[in-house]
Design a protein around this ligand. Structure first.
Ligand code: ATP
Length: 454
């Protein structure tokens, strides 16, 4: 074990005092039960990367317990978490997974803010076949670290005595952190779990690291072997894997570094893990960037879920039947599934209809019944002329209002009724076509129309 002499002081300095106190308390509890407690994974990585800086905001901390003597102690993580929860009434305990991992959750807490603390019993994993759900059993901390994705995520710091504060680095993670390299722990890693390919890309881009050459070769080998495609065709992909794949995709497509990440996935040919018809050719790459630019402007608060639109464009290359299947497997939200179902027909329908009309008001009528995401997908999929019309609709026409409203008609002495809608629609059309500009002009039109309608 490579040890960096006691890391406790630097961890203590980097963490909020309340969180440090909590970790000490959990460690004491574990020690009392005769177990060892470790802080592991991303938290250790981030703490080591920012050691010289002031504070690290950790909202997601993974702890692992080991050192038990009986196999019955597989519930150690849950037991420890329950003991702690009894002392903190403001946190929620959630136990999940077959192997019973416990999580303590604080939400907008005055002391801890939003904190997710996982406490797991150390375990080892076996993959009965590629991309399967792993089978798990209790084990030592070394085995637990060996099942992890990359050396930089397979570091642990012991929080219990003896040698508390010692860094456990069985696989050279510290050197890789220094060399800024993402390195896998063993050759089979990507065959076992393709989501690790997406994670490798995510960490490389986010941390500005390189994927270590041998690791890159393993990625390429796993993809070229066609294993994921074979599993997909046989419908043999474990549901938990698709859920994880979706989470990684979402993470990447939501991040501010989505562009380089997507490019790197494409360079590695890793988009094939989704489906062998997915690639980032010039057209798709342009469509995704164009939609993202539009979305930034038209939906600055990201209410639509820009990542979903990016994903929908990415998979739009797959034939419709298999695209729907993939979207279902990835458990995309209902509105996304609906869009996927209709987008092709919608594109041709809108293009055909827009060609027929010249007046702004007529084009407006062709577009106003569609939602923004539908129009976005159509816009990136059609020619410049149509795209321009949709852009004008979204940025200008959809904001135009009739100079008069229902109250104005009432004030003019007309009784509310179905005629109101006809008159107001007409006023809006005339405004869109630039035929009326003022309230006075609008009132003249209203009087004429009402006379005709009576
Ligand atoms: P982030 O800061 O992005 O959350 P993280 O390292 O904390 O990074 P998580 O997704 O929260 O990432 O995972 C926690 C830990 O679990 C990782 O550090 C890694 O050790 C392990 N892990 C997660 N996903 C996998 C996987 N697919 N294969 C192996 N180990 C994994």
């Amino acid at each position: 074990v490579a040890t960096v002499s006691c890391l406790l002081p630097s961890i203590r300095n980097s963490l909020e005092p309340s969180i440090w106190k909590l970790l000490e308390e959990i460690a004491q509890e574990a020690e009392h039960k005769g177990w060892h407690l470790y802080i592991v994974g991303g938290a250790v990585r981030d703490l080591l990367l920012t050691r010289n800086y002031e504070k690290v905001l950790l909202q997601d901390i993974d702890l692992v317990v080991d050192g038990f003597h009986r196999s019955a102690d597989v519930g150690a993580g849950v037991e420890l978490a329950s003991t702690i929860q009894k002392k903190y009434s403001n946190c929620r305990l959630s136990v999940h997974g077959e192997f019973q991992t416990a999580a303590l959750l604080w939400h907008k807490d005055p002391e801890f803010g939003s904190l997710w603390l996982d406490i797991a019993t150390s375990r080892t994993e076996f993959y009965p076949y590629p991309a399967a759900n792993p089978e798990v059993e209790a084990s030592s901390i070394r085995q637990d670290l060996y099942r992890r994705d990359f050396t930089i995520n397979a570091l642990a710091v012991r929080l219990t005595p003896p040698r508390e504060g010692e860094l456990l680095d069985f696989f050279g993670g510290l050197l890789d952190l220094k060399a800024k390299e993402v390195r896998v722990l063993h050759a089979n890693s990507f065959i076992e779990d393709p989501t690790r390919i997406y994670r490798a890309v995510r960490f490389a881009v986010r941390l500005k690291f390189e994927i270590e050459p041998q690791t890159e070769a393993y990625i390429r080998y796993a993809i070229e072997s066609g294993i994921y495609e074979k599993l997909r065709l046989k419908n043999h992909v474990a549901p938990a894997l698709t859920t994880r794949l979706k989470a990684e995709l979402k993470y990447i497509l939501e991040a501010n570094y989505w562009k380089p990440a997507l490019q790197l996935l494409s360079e590695l040919d890793a988009l094939k893990c989704l489906h062998n018809q997915v690639s980032l050719d010039d057209k798709i790459w342009w469509q995704i960037r164009c939609a993202s630019r539009w979305l930034k402007y038209l939906d600055p608060d990201n209410k639509i879920g820009h990542w979903l639109i990016r994903l929908e464009i990415l998979i739009s290359q797959i034939n419709i039947k298999e695209r729907k299947q993939l979207a279902q497997n990835l458990q995309l939200p209902k509105e996304s599934l609906e869009r996927i179902e209709i987008v092709n027909t919608l594109s041709s329908e809108i293009q055909e209809n827009l060609k027929k009309y010249d007046k702004t008001s007529e084009k407006y009528k062709q577009l106003y019944r569609y939602k923004l995401p539908d129009l976005m997908l159509v816009a990136v999929n059609c020619n410049k002329k149509i795209r321009r019309i949709i852009w004008q609709y979204l940025t200008q026409w959809s904001k135009v209002e009739s100079p008069l409203n229902g109250n104005d008609l009432k004030r003019m002495g007309y009784k509310p009724g179905p005629k109101y809608k006809m008159v107001l629609d007409r006023l809006l059309s005339l405004t869109l076509d630039g035929e009326i500009q003022s309230k006075e002009e609008a009132e003249i039109i209203v009087r004429e129309m009402m006379k005709e309608l009576n």
